[in-house]
Design a binder for this molecule. Structure first.
Ligand code: PMP
Length: 344
């Protein structure tokens, strides 16, 4: 095992984990990149580190400066841990609908949290736009200055995946990867990994796994940004072409209902000991569809974005699932212990 100088060196270089049932059912080798093993426990540590390093390289960050961001949570956690390690402060604007576990993780890191109502992007009080205006204001008024991380339209996010995620996957599969697929929040992971892998080999196919309520499936499959339905997944589901997605075009596009993603998430806990968040379920469902379309014998990689404990109160809460009309496996209900304890 390596020896690191700081927690920042522990970001990235995550293992690939073979997904047993998904592989067996498709006759392909399906691997998940275990991004939940990053120090902030999600794929977004990579973007957090890259965005802050990019701002430093451009001379935009004085010691003690404030990093402002609008985030569903994971990017904020990544930014906050990097900011703490490098001597900056973090102010996070988050839609109040996001999981309490992610908000707690942000508070734990000492980020200043501003919860705002969840409204669509076209509304001027959308969390992303609010964070941009707040950053502008703090840049003028805070003595140490402030920057806006702007993960959606800051391509330092995508570049992180070109130089790290894609290269790691290429080497981990000894160049035998045939396909890569994941969902889109900012598009940094998908577009960046796609650029890096296609640079390595033009034969590698790229897929997008879009949740319901997002517009990108219709855009890439039918040329129209159009959303239908809704999803309880967090951190994914985009309605516009962000700067990170500019120039990106997938070979395959799938729309994945929450029911499919949740069945996979629940089965993975029970059968493979892997407890993941909802976006990972969307990704794996997409990888299975892509494997079926490409045919047996291919190696397909997807992303295990974060860990299930970040959604204990939602995805793994029977009351929440029932309220949303989603499948609830029996084992999730609290049960009395089956065995008598031999107290003396
Ligand atoms: N899954 C989760 C849980 C996330 O928080 C995010 C980031 N918003 C993503 C997936 C999507 O990653 P990206 O922003 O790189 O598209």
């Amino acid at each position: 095992m390596p020896r690191y100088n700081s927690v920042l060196d522990a970001i990235g270089n995550t293992p690939l984990i073979r997904l047993q049932r998904a592989s067996e059912e498709t006759g392909c080798e399906i691997y998940g990149k275990a991004e939940f093993l990053n120090p902030g426990q999600s794929v977004k540590d990579r973007a957090g580190l890259a965005i802050i390093r990019d701002a430093e390289d451009k001379g935009l960050l004085d010691p003690g400066a404030i990093i402002v961001e609008g985030t569903a949570g994971n990017t904020g956690i990544g930014l906050a841990l990097v900011a703490n390690a490098l001597g900056y402060r973090t102010v996070i604007v988050i839609p109040e609908t996001q999981s309490e576990e992610k908000k707690d993780a942000l508070r734990l890191m000492g980020a200043e949290l501003i919860e705002v109502p969840a409204v669509p992007y076209r509304n001027p009080n959308n969390y992303v736009k609010l964070s941009g205006r707040l950053a502008e204001q703090l840049a003028r008024t805070h003595p140490q200055g402030a920057i806006w991380a702007n993960q959606f339209d800051n391509v330092a996010n995508r570049d992180a995946h070109v130089v790290t995620t894609a290269e790691e996957i290429w080497h981990q599969t000894a160049g035998e990867v045939d396909g890569f697929i994941c969902a889109v929040g900012t598009g940094g992971t998908l577009a960046g990994t796609a650029i890096g892998l296609k640079r390595r080999s033009g034969r590698i196919k790229i897929g997008i796994a879009d949740p319901m309520g997002a517009s990108l499936y219709n855009y890439y499959a039918h040329g129209e940004l159009k959303a239908e339905g809704s999803s309880i997944t967090e951190g994914i589901g985009q309605g516009r072409i962000t700067a990170n997605l500019e120039g990106f075009k997938p070979d395959f596009a799938y729309q994945i209902p929450d029911e499919d993603a949740l069945r996979i998430v629940f089965a993975l806990v029970h059968e493979e000991g892997l407890c993941l968040g909802g976006s990972s379920g969307i990704n794996i469902a997409g990888a299975i569809r892509m494997a079926r379309e490409m045919g047996p014998g291919h190696t397909i990689v997807t992303v295990l974005c974060d860990y299930g404990n970040r959604y204990q109160s939602k995805l793994f809460n029977p009351a929440f699932l029932k309220e949303k009309g989603l499948p609830t496996p029996g084992w999730i209900e609290a049960k009395p212990a089956e065995f008598d304890i031999p107290f003396e």
